[in-house]
Design a binder for this molecule. Structure first.
Ligand SMILES: Cc1cc2nc3c(=O)[nH]c(=O)nc-3n(C[C@H](O)[C@H](O)[C@H](O)COP(=O)(O)OP(=O)(O)OC[C@H]3O[C@@H](n4cnc5c(N)ncnc54)[C@H](O)[C@@H]3O)c2cc1C
Length: 380
């Protein structure tokens, strides 16, 4: 393993840090506006901060997957919501680049990398997210195209120009007979409804209903009936990125808390002099460092073309839990001020919590880890 930060990666990290500094003051405003401005997305794209791992011919920069993770951690120190552009961008652009017909990939992947557009991913449905291999959504053939019916739940539902969805194209067992499609969200028969989420509000999550939505045959991603298996592999990437996304929000909170506790006085001394205050922060530092190494190792495995499904599932269940626990501890270390909405801590706690659910819950991740170790025959 080699996580050495070379000069090229350092340039991306510096760029991400400078961008984070620029956007930090408006984090609360974006939450109130319930959106991430398109101009902000485009600026990130122009500065090379969205999915730099994509190939150059599709608008990327041919960088390592690890570089993407480094960028996400830095920007998430300022606003975790904004890094949904990176996480969803990297996941979906990779899925499209690998599985779409050339004309579809050439149209959408550069738009994602430039920040001009967002392509969401609709796997979950109101009837169930964990049982993703058994969607209610259907796609039936009509002439040369497809007709889609059903409802999906997704991040960026309100702001995306298109989405990747999974629909049943033939009867079959769980995970079989499911195809993936790219659907432009300005087509007839689409209704978007906002969810009233407690966190990640500026991401604009919601339900998207597809009522006899007609799409051309070229919008099929991968082979018919194989979409679930082929496209799900992309999640091994996003799960490691999500780990670094939540670590960024937790680490900045911990950094602020070391500072706060060394200034705040009680019983005639800085509260950091009490072991009851400093030791939980020392534990938090240890946990975040370990979680970061796990996520970086997973991205390193991806860059080395080595299997990393198990490690990605570990990142996805553990890092959001560690991050949430760390932010919770930091909030308590701030006493009454941590509870104020004037401080950023409560928003970070709400934002991070969503990622214990989104992209698969801890139980589903542990199921994946057990299956990787035992095989399906002996796993739950
Ligand atoms: C912030 C956020 C962002 C999201 N973004 C997206 C997105 O962009 N695209 C998208 O498609 N979806 C998205 N989702 C939906 C998310 O993926 C689902 O909510 C998630 O997969 C869980 O599905 P569910 O809510 O239907 O819960 P259910 O599947 O109903 O599960 C309920 C509970 O039962 C547990 N459970 C279920 N099955 C098992 C089992 N076999 N063993 C043990 N426990 C089990 C679950 O762990 C959970 O605790 C997002 C959700 C959130 C909160």
């Amino acid at each position: 393993m080699d996580f050495t930060i070379d000069a090229a990666m350092q340039r991306y990290i510096d760029e991400a840090c400078s961008f984070a500094e620029q956007i930090a003051p408006d984090t609360r405003q974006r939450e109130q506006d319930r959106r991430i401005d398109v101009e902000l997305r485009k600026e990130m794209g122009a500065r090379g901060l969205i999915a730099p791992e994509l190939p150059r011919e599709l608008g990327g920069q041919g960088e390592r997957a690890l570089t993407s993770g480094m960028i996400i951690e830095q920007i998430s120190r300022a606003d975790l919501n904004v890094t949904y552009v990176q996480v969803v961008g990297s996941l979906v652009a990779q899925v499209i680049a690998r599985n779409a017909q050339k004309s579809v990939a050439q149209k959408w992947v550069p738009r994602i990398a430039s920040g001009e557009d967002i392509v969401a991913i609709g796997l979950s449905e109101p009837s169930g997210g964990s049982d993703a291999g058994n969607p209610q959504m259907t796609a039936r053939r009509e002439n040369d195209g497809w007709v889609i019916n059903g409802t999906k739940s997704m991040s960026f539902a309100l702001h995306a120009g298109a989405t990747v969805i999974f629909a049943r194209t033939e009867e079959g067992r769980r995970g079989r007979g499911i195809s993936a499609f790219l659907v432009e969200l300005d087509r007839d028969g689409i209704t978007r409804t906002a969810t009233n989420d407690m966190g990640t509000v500026s991401v604009g999550r919601g339900f998207v209903e597809f009522d006899n939505v007609r799409i051309p045959g070229e919008n099929l991603l991968g082979a018919e009936g194989q979409g679930f298996t082929e496209v799900m592999q992309g999640f091994d990437f996003s799960r490691a990125l999500i780990g670094l996304q939540v670590i960024g929000a937790a680490q900045v909170t911990l950094d602020e808390t070391w500072q706060y506790t060394s200034q705040r006085q009680a019983f005639d001394q800085p509260i950091s002099k009490f072991q009851g205050v400093s030791f939980p922060l020392a534990e938090a530092d240890t946990m975040l460092t370990a979680a970061r190494v796990l996520c970086q190792k997973t991205l390193w495995l991806k860059d080395a073309n080595l299997p990393h499904t198990k490690e990605a599932a570990m990142c996805k269940w553990w890092a959001p839990k560690v991050a949430y626990d760390v932010i919770n501890q930091c909030l308590l270390s701030h006493g009454q001020f941590g509870y104020l909405r004037d401080y950023p801590i409560e928003q970070r706690m709400r934002d991070v919590l969503g990622l214990q659910i989104g992209d698969g819950t801890a139980q589903i991740m542990k199921l994946i880890i057990a299956r990787q170790n035992l095989g399906r025959e002996f796993a739950p």
